[in-house]
Design a protein around this ligand. Sequence first.
Ligand SMILES: Nc1ncnc2c1ncn2[C@@H]1O[C@H](COP(=O)(O)OP(=O)(O)OP(=O)(O)O)[C@@H](O)[C@H]1O
Ligand SMILES: Nc1ncnc2c1ncn2[C@@H]1O[C@H](COP(=O)(O)OP(=O)(O)OP(=O)(O)O)[C@@H](O)[C@H]1O
Ligand SMILES: [Mg+2]
Ligand SMILES: [Mg+2]
Lengths: 162, 162, 166, 166
Amino acid sequence: GFLEYLEIEDFKSYKGKIKVGPFHKFTAIIGPNGSGKSNLMDAISFVLGEKSSNMRVSRVSQLIHGAPVGEPVANTARVSALIKMENEEGHLESIEFMRVIKDNSTHFYIDDCSVSAADYRSKLETFNIFINSKNFLVYQGKVEEIAMKNPKERMTMFEEIS
Amino acid sequence: GFLEYLEIEDFKSYKGKIKVGPFHKFTAIIGPNGSGKSNLMDAISFVLGEKSSNMRVSRVSQLIHGAPVGEPVANTARVSALIKMENEEGHLESIEFMRVIKDNSTHFYIDDCSVSAADYRSKLETFNIFINSKNFLVYQGKVEEIAMKNPKERMTMFEEIS
Amino acid sequence: RRGTLMDCFNFVAEKIDETYKFISRNPGAQAYLSVENPDEPFLDGISYNCVAPGKRFRPMDNLSGGEKTIAALALIFAVHAYRPSPFFVLDEVDAALDNTNIGKVADYIKGRREDLQCIVISLKEEFYSKADALIGIYAKQGRTGIQSQVMTFDLTQYEDDASQEI
Amino acid sequence: RRGTLMDCFNFVAEKIDETYKFISRNPGAQAYLSVENPDEPFLDGISYNCVAPGKRFRPMDNLSGGEKTIAALALIFAVHAYRPSPFFVLDEVDAALDNTNIGKVADYIKGRREDLQCIVISLKEEFYSKADALIGIYAKQGRTGIQSQVMTFDLTQYEDDASQEI
Ligand SMILES: Nc1ncnc2c1ncn2[C@@H]1O[C@H](COP(=O)(O)OP(=O)(O)OP(=O)(O)O)[C@@H](O)[C@H]1O
Ligand SMILES: Nc1ncnc2c1ncn2[C@@H]1O[C@H](COP(=O)(O)OP(=O)(O)OP(=O)(O)O)[C@@H](O)[C@H]1O
Ligand SMILES: [Mg+2]
Ligand SMILES: [Mg+2]
């Protein structure tokens, strides 16, 4: 499978409803300092179930546009990801994963049906997306330390991945 | 004053005697990954009296060319810095600071006269070079953390500088 | 539990050297993972060592900034192969790389198009010009600060770089 | 002891805002240092806050990578002014900066030529092309690994960039 579109609503520096994509096999996100590139990555991590500390905030409600300056534009924010994959007959099917912030809690939806966090996560795992192992996300400034962990830390890394 | 020349002998990736310079008011050091740019900065820190942990080694003897692979080319390494400054009458005078590794200890020289570490350091301080405060050296990968220290760490930084 | 951990370790240990050689495009590059204490593998952890192309075996601390980035990317791609997620997101991993190494990493990503989708964030033209599509982010001034806006460019519509030479 | 610390703090606190405005080339940029606990200044430490141009006051954690680099450079130059050493060495401080910010930092350094010597290490042409001289380092293959070699170029002999446009 692959990620085709992302839809963001009032998430971090993205105000209102913004559709991003289509994403190709090799897509580059570019733009000046402070424009919102890493926030777009945070939107991808968020919709895949990442915890708030890895998105540079202490509480999920801080992810709502305007919240860090005390003027959140709404009491909800939303990110949805359209993932395409081939089924057994070789046709392309799509599935939409969506995560919504309401005040300080989050809700999960698959193709517009509300599901539990556990079901959401296990569906993602059928696509080999294991958010806990984070073997596919490299955050800004963190690449070198992946090679420089001490042996015990590296063992923990392997434990999360296996 | 300003730094005019650097002379390096068997220090890190620099084998034999190498003269570097002249340095201008705004000089850029360029070259491919792993060529020896940061080692040149380490040579500058070394000659100004920096401790080995900030030069990516645990003991000064590891600074000798070839030492990390167990084949040091010599039992000494040397760096000298030629610093130019205007005297009272406005003429340019130069002074040479030199630091030498012999086995695992280091020796300090000013214009070829052996001096104690304390005299060496206080002579540098007449040029406003305070190696402890490091208010003029920014090592690779360390720039962002200077802005992101916590309040207590920042207080310590100010204590070292004052 | 132990079984899957050893499976994972053995899988990645097999793969790391070929991945590091492939990214470095140099048969002289070597990388390996080893368990510190083979009798009690989970006690002392796992060590990682790389020998940069043209250099001798030395502690990882000795590597330069760019060499550490290449070593890290090799480990990331080798680990990923154990349970390959459909896509990758890399935020400015090219920051410490010179243009030669940027070319190698971009070519590695291009070579993996068949089985892996890559989304990279980059400030360097040498890197992002190799992508199939660009997503440009710019800031519009709003009342509560900046508001990010998005534009998309499909680069596959233009010929490859080579044919754009005048 | 306390006296000099407070002197240093007051000096830098005076200077930080003007330095940050100067580097950002934007009067809307703001930076300030404050003592957490004015009654007992040495107890709780010193906090640093920057408001990036065009944005509102927010915690420093909210800044992007490039914004943090600019905030750090402003503090470095403001602190340096308290006991100005004759020269500076900066190792790839431009890694997280976009071309606009690289231009601003390079111009700031050029503007300080009278009173400060700067030695920078950089991989980006947008930065090193603004220097007076280049020191090129390249690796020669030797028996015990690489050996660094040095070449020097005096850029002041060539015309400025603008007149080199064809
Ligand atoms: N909840 C929010 N509401 C509005 N703006 C926000 C919110 N959270 C973060 N921001 C703003 O987003 C900006 C940072 O964006 P981001 O980190 O994505 O930049 P970037 O494009 O990655 O830049 P760089 O190239 O410097 O890394 C900051 O200026 C921050 O103030
Ligand atoms: N004592 C030594 N003898 C010989 N070589 C050494 C010694 N110490 C370090 N080196 C070598 O120097 C190289 C690193 O150089 P350095 O860190 O200066 O690179 P760099 O030019 O800064 O690269 P980058 O652009 O990636 O930061 C390493 O490959 C290391 O093996
Ligand atoms: Mg960023
Ligand atoms: Mg370096």
